[in-house]
Design a protein around this ligand. Structure first.
Ligand code: IPE
Ligand code: IPE
Ligand code: MG
Length: 248
């Protein structure tokens, strides 16, 4: 890991989102701008994740979901896909003990069935090992797609014999990969793209979005702080009126 500069204290944030989800985008462009192969960008993005995890703990965020590999990303060249799989395996090998010691609980959302059995085992083992940690839930979206998640939920609802009249928002939420995790309060997308790219379609119904042109490997603690400050200023109305103006 790169040596880190001393942490400068920042003003406390007024309203901290409980759950932040990040579309970690722009690794390829980060690499291209340096004349490096795309995988070098993915590696730099992975290094960056450690900094952002630490900053989330510092700012008292309770859940961090990271979009790391989508169901659509299988469509990339096979060397990039294989490289990404190797990076995940490497991260688990190198970082699991430290994450565990820091009280990070790992969750996975998406389907594990298409991963090679060794990687699948490592993911399951990391989830099991850290299941009682409570400092931060780090939810890794890997082979994740929002539509795939909804299909999976429908299949399981039918398989469990759920009757139409039993279906409620709460029940559907409990059939999502994110069961037990509150909906994201804030979704950050790096690299300036303004689209959802099949991320947390169900869960993001009332999430606040923050989009920054910064590419993911450059998205540091200060950038996260800026996003949190922006979130603090938002007025979340959930279709109602601003606080204090509601109808009785
Ligand atoms: C995001 O970076 C990481 C993954 C999708 C795996 P990209 O690889 O999409 O980077 P750009 O968008 O090409 O710059
Ligand atoms: C979204 O980024 C998926 C991840 C960050 C893992 P993409 O780069 O795959 O999304 P598009 O293709 O620009 O929509
Ligand atoms: Mg991209």
């Amino acid at each position: 890991m790169m040596p880190e500069s001393p942490i400068q204290p920042l003003e406390p944030i007024q309203k901290v989102p409980r759950h932040i989800a990040i579309v970690m985008d722009g690794n390829g462009r980060w690499a291209a701008s340096r004349g490096l192969p795309r995988l070098a960008g993915h590696r730099a993005g992975t290094e960056n994740l450690r900094r952002v995890i630490r900053a989330c703990v510092e700012f008292n965020v309770k859940v961090l979901t990271i979009y790391a590999f989508s169901t659509e990303n299988w469509g990339r060249p096979s060397d990039e896909v294989e490289g990404l799989m190797m990076i995940l395996e490497d991260v688990i090998d190198r970082e699991l003990d430290e994450l565990h010691a820091e009280g990070v609980r790992l969750r996975h959302i998406g389907r594990l069935d298409r991963l090679n059995p060794r990687l699948r085992e490592k993911v399951l083992n990391a989830v099991e090992l850290t299941k009682n940690n409570d400092q931060l839930v780090l939810c890794i979206a890997w082979n994740y797609g929002g539509r795939d998640e909804i299909i999976c939920a429908i299949q399981n609802l039918i398989a469990d014999g759920i009757k139409p009249e039993q279906i409620s928002e709460e029940l559907v939420s409990n059939y999502m990969f994110t069961v037990g995790i509150p909906d994201p309060d804030l979704i950050i997308r790096t690299s300036g793209e303004m689209r959802i790219s099949n991320f947390l379609i169900w869960q993001s119904a009332y999430s606040e979005w923050y989009i920054t042109p910064t590419l993911w490997p450059d998205f540091n603690r200060e950038e996260l702080y800026k996003a949190l400050q922006a979130y603090s200023q938002r007025d979340r109305r959930f279709g109602k009126l601003t606080n204090g103006c509601e109808k009785d």
